[in-house]
Design a protein around this ligand. Sequence first.
Ligand SMILES: Nc1ncnc2c1ncn2[C@@H]1O[C@H](COP(=O)(O)OP(=O)(O)OP(=O)(O)O)[C@@H](O)[C@H]1O
Ligand code: SF4
Ligand SMILES: [Mg+2]
Length: 212
Amino acid sequence: MENGEIPENANEHCPGPQSETAGKSDSCAGCPNQEVCATAPKGPDPDLVAIAERMSTVKHKILVLSGKGGVGKSTFSAQLSFALAGMDHQVGLMDIDICGPSMPKMLGLEGHEIHQSNLGWSPVYVEENLGVMSIGFMLPNSDDAVVWRGPRKNALIKQFLKDVDWGEIDYLVVDAPPGTSDEHISIVQYLQATGIDGAIIVTTPQEVSLIM
Ligand SMILES: Nc1ncnc2c1ncn2[C@@H]1O[C@H](COP(=O)(O)OP(=O)(O)OP(=O)(O)O)[C@@H](O)[C@H]1O
Ligand code: SF4
Ligand SMILES: [Mg+2]
């Protein structure tokens, strides 16, 4: 019963497994899912509520994506962040390229560690008004390869969105890994409720790079 869909073996007048009366209404009598429906948690994912709360201090969210790798996303994300910060905006730069985080190296921040306070994880500040968050800060050795399956990546992205203490910022620039995979699906899904202002697609003129 993924995503609250009505199962095939449900009763004819199924109120929907996500509804308040799931498993308890008269129309559920005799349905094989009654016990599961009655006890399953209802309402929105509490993590999504926490993300929405955290993102309420972020005015604009911009994703930087590409079809192929190595086309300049991270370079562009960094330049865009510096440009916005140079215009006196408060900026956050979040690197969600979990398997190949390049922000620490690109910004000369290797060796920095993330500090945790009771407000959450504090970004590393390259300028007074430009904070950076990258999985690279959490790896003991920057040469280590990170080989993670989807669910673990998704959990980390969720935690980034939920627990990083950006404070009041004008722009959050998200540097994504190449392609359209777990990370991209999760970030869009997690930010759906709070809104994404736009996505910037980086590409090069080669035809293989233009294919999304
Ligand atoms: N406009 C540009 N002109 C020439 N070289 C560039 C340009 N932008 C980036 N590069 C170079 O291309 C290489 C890849 O850049 P970058 O790491 O920003 O790409 P990426 O899309 O983030 O890669 P990945 O998909 O691995 O995350 C780097 O060596 C960078 O210096
Ligand atoms: S128990 Fe009720 S809500 Fe659940 S599937 Fe059956 S009819 Fe639908
Ligand atoms: Mg990159």
